[in-house]
Design a protein around this ligand. Structure first.
Ligand code: BTN
Length: 336
């Protein structure tokens, strides 16, 4: 596959946008060349470069071109034409393999990358989970992405963004048909199995966030055999739930759109709307749970999250406010 130079990549992206807009109709060669300011032969070359990259494009004399199939690959070419965002995805850094998309995004942000730049990889060799765990990242199946955000927030409000991201990912999964819920603070579940996870890392000084890296992993097309056995038991994927594959670029584009809308709401109206939606999507509230925090384990009923996103747990000794930890649902002895 001949690599596309910058100009060819821009043309390929514009052709794809027009073909996507035309849907099942044909886009005429004349319209394409007029809009792009390219000769008909140059358009033909772009179409062939796209075919070379796995796009199936039908060409019918006197009717034009029609997009029949897009490859299931995650590069700017697949993602950018689908984006309807103003900031998120303004640059897409795509890799076949990375240690961790978050590690890479952190480095880019430290070197000055802008708000909204996105890192994505087909696989991760050292995917990071919360609390020092690893994130299984089988190649070519799922979504592993990290977003660079530069919010105007004091560092103590950064956890709000994690809950915000959980809401946006849950809603994107629901849009796909998976009835996802959120286990405090930000595990996305389908039933009792984990389907996505969020890892928020930040660089800050006492009163100002320099940047936040929002790392999001979503199990989209993985079969259980794609995971190590211990993970396969507790994890699921959209494919396993729905019995069909998901186009990863389209999922990412929708997820970025949802995230951006929530970021705008958060900027304009504060945390309260996010908190309300998080509560609606939560599988934790109202449940008897065991919370494994840093140095202690607590059992009680998860009553609410407070205005900082902390979990309010009613224990035998009163209400405890928990800022970080893992939650396990305890089967109530009262229930059969
Ligand atoms: C969790 O433990 O639930 C959080 C998992 C976060 C995984 C994602 S995958 C993309 C990004 N890069 C990483 O190394 N981790 C996050």
């Amino acid at each position: 596959m001949v690599p596309l130079d910058r100009q060819d990549a821009t043309h390929a992206q514009l052709v794809l946008e027009m073909l996507l807009e035309s849907g099942t109709d044909f886009a005429s060669g004349e319209a394409l060349s007029g809009k792009l300011g390219l000769s008909r032969t140059a358009v033909w070359k772009v179409v062939n470069a796209l075919r070379d990259r796995g796009y199936a494009i039908e060409a019918v004399p006197s009717r034009g071109y029609r997009l029949v199939r897009v490859p299931d690959r995650l590069t700017g070419l697949e993602i950018l034409p689908l984006l309807e965002t103003h900031d998120l995805g303004r640059a897409v850094h795509a890799f076949d393999s990375l240690g961790s998309t978050s590690e890479h995004a952190f480095r880019l942000a430290a070197e000055g990358a802008e708000h909204g730049e996105v890192v994505v990889a087909e696989t991760q060799t050292a995917g990071r989970g919360r609390r020092g765990r690893t994130w299984a990242s089988p190649p070519g199946k799922n979504l592993y992405t990290s977003l660079i955000l530069r919010p105007e927030l004091p560092p103590q409000r950064a956890p709000e963004l994690t809950l915000l991201a959980a809401v946006a990912v849950a809603e994107t999964l629901r849009g796909e048909g998976v009835k996802a819920t959120i286990k405090w603070p930000n595990d996305l579940q389908a039933g009792v199995k984990k389907i996505a996870g969020i890892l928020t890392e930040l660089s800050a000084e006492a009163d100002r966030v320099h940047f936040v890296v929002l790392g999001i992993g979503v199990n989209l097309n993985a079969a259980s055999s794609d995971f190590p056995p211990e993970i396969a038991e507790v994890a699921t994927s959209v494919t396993r739930v729905l019995g069909r594959r998901v186009n990863r670029a389209a999922f990412l584009a929708r997820m970025l759109g949802g995230l951006e809308q929530w970021l705008d709401t958060h900027e304009q109206e504060g945390f309260e709307p996010v908190r309300e939606r998080w509560r609606e999507l939560s599988s934790t509230l109202g449940q008897e749970v065991l919370v494994k925090a840093e140095r202690r384990e607590l059992r009680g009923v998860a009553e609410d999250i407070d205005t900082d996103g902390a979990l309010l747990l009613r224990t035998e000794d009163g209400v405890e406010r928990i800022l970080a930890g893992d939650v396990e649902q305890v089967r109530s002895r009262l229930r059969p």
